[in-house]
Design a protein around this ligand. Structure first.
Ligand SMILES: Cc1ncc(COP(=O)(O)O)c(C=O)c1O
Ligand SMILES: [Zn+2]
Length: 388
């Protein structure tokens, strides 16, 4: 059972039939998005029906693309806690500060959501070998889900990826290659070799299904808040798949009549050492130039060029949000501050949201009375080298 009607290019609108393997749009090279018959989906997927569903992201089954339930590759991803942060909020003079704690996913990051769907679809469509470049957490998730599906995983990581990420990929059966370069170089290596090796490339937004998994962040947020959305969302942005996914989820929920047309202000948080989206946002550009000599300890944010840049920028602008960069010193200090006030040992990427919020309050972009959600996308424990 699937309610997928077609795939659609996010840039040129070209249409593709469901049930086949695709990477990007053949006409323009941009990401493809999955479209559903939402009227049909909403017949069984109702807000009431959800109260008795499984406590993972597959509770939103009708708006996920797998045809046959037997192909769902799951380790219990999603339905992570939305934790109020009163002590941290208090230090900022805020009363409604919330953290969505994605470190409680399988493989300890939000990458589990996207890989659960991408690997399920790969299994359904008969793929035998998957490949992806990774800053760390995506690789760990791909390795785990591929192992569970009995599919080969080939993961290319920058040599300075946190060692925990490299080890977890190896321990869950993946073939790991370390590259002297950035994630973009890892992606280029896969592109060069994939045809000869028979790999299907699951780079983020270069296949249509990871974003479908990530969009469940948006569904969950609304459900956990009692079917409304917060005023502001701060999201640590590399490839931007979670942000693009949430934005898609909000539209789908509105079409199904679950929420109105109001949207949170979406904020992309980046590191000063790699801030292509911030630069593009500030200059008014619709696409982001590659960020030269990218460097930050928040390895998930070390993405100098994102294929979905125009989708990220569009969501930021349509939502009335913004993009903001913080320094490595600021984001590392925030790991200890969030840990010390709320007991969450967050990833540096997630921690970056805190100094970003402080700056937004100072700039007058966020009011202290607003409801703000920070996304902690991963687990601090995997970044021990950066913290010792
Ligand atoms: C912990 C963490 N946060 C954020 C990101 C960035 O995610 P996205 O590519 O969806 O913007 C990553 C990506 O590797 C990550 O591992
Ligand atoms: Zn296109």
């Amino acid at each position: 059972m699937t309610n997928v009607t077609r795939l659609e290019c996010s840039a040129c609108g070209a249409q593709y039939e469901a049930g086949h393997l695709y990477n990007v749009c053949i006409k323009c090279g941009k990401p493809l998005l999955v479209r559903y018959d939402l009227a049909r989906a909403s017949k069984s997927l109702t807000r009431d029906a959800l109260t008795s569903r499984r406590a993972d992201m597959w509770r939103y089954r009708e708006v996920l693309p797998v045809e046959n339930d037997a192909n769902i590759v799951s380790l219990g991803e999603g339905w992570t806690p939305l934790v109020s942060a009163p002590r941290l909020g208090n230090s900022l003079g805020m009363t409604r500060l919330i953290i969505k704690d994605e470190s409680l996913n399988p493989t300890q990051s939000f990458k589990a959501r996207g890989m659960s769907v991408a690997v399920s679809m790969a299994l359904e469509l008969g793929v035998k070998k998957l490949a992806a470049p990774s800053a760390g957490n995506a690789g760990g998730a791909l390795a785990a889900y591929a192992a569970r599906a009995g599919i080969e995983a080939h993961i290319f990581m920058p040599r300075d990826t946190p060692v925990a990420n490299v080890i977890e990929c190896k321990m869950t059966g993946a073939h790991v290659t370390l590259i002297d370069g950035l994630i973009t170089h890892c992606g280029a290596e896969i592109a060069k070799r994939k045809d000869a090796e028979g790999w299907f490339d699951v780079s983020t937004l270069k296949e249509p299904y990871r974003v479908e998994g990530k969009k469940t962040l948006g569904y969950e947020l609304a459900e956990q808040l009692g079917w409304r959305l917060p005023d502001v969302i701060l999201y640590p942005t590399g490839g931007g798949t979670g942000l693009v996914g949430m934005w898609k989820a909000f539209d789908e929920m509105e079409t199904m009549g679950w929420i109105g047309s109001e949207r949170p202000r979406m904020v992309s948080v980046q590191a000063e050492g790699c801030a292509p989206i911030v630069r593009a946002f500030e200059s008014g550009a619709t696409h982001a130039d590659e960020f030269r000599d990218a460097a930050t300890v928040a390895s998930g944010l070390r993405v100098p060029k994102a294929i979905g840049d125009f989708l990220i920028l569009d969501a930021l602008r349509k939502s009335g949000g913004t993009a903001i960069a913080v320094s490595d010193d600021e984001l590392l200090a925030a790991v200890a501050e969030i840990g010390g006030t709320e007991g969450l040992f967050v990833a540096p990427e997630g921690a970056a949201c805190l100094p970003a919020l402080r700056k937004l309050i100072q700039r007058g972009d966020v009011d202290r009375n607003e409801e703000v959600v920070l996304f902690n996308t991963g687990a601090g424990i995997k970044y021990i080298e950066a913290m010792t």
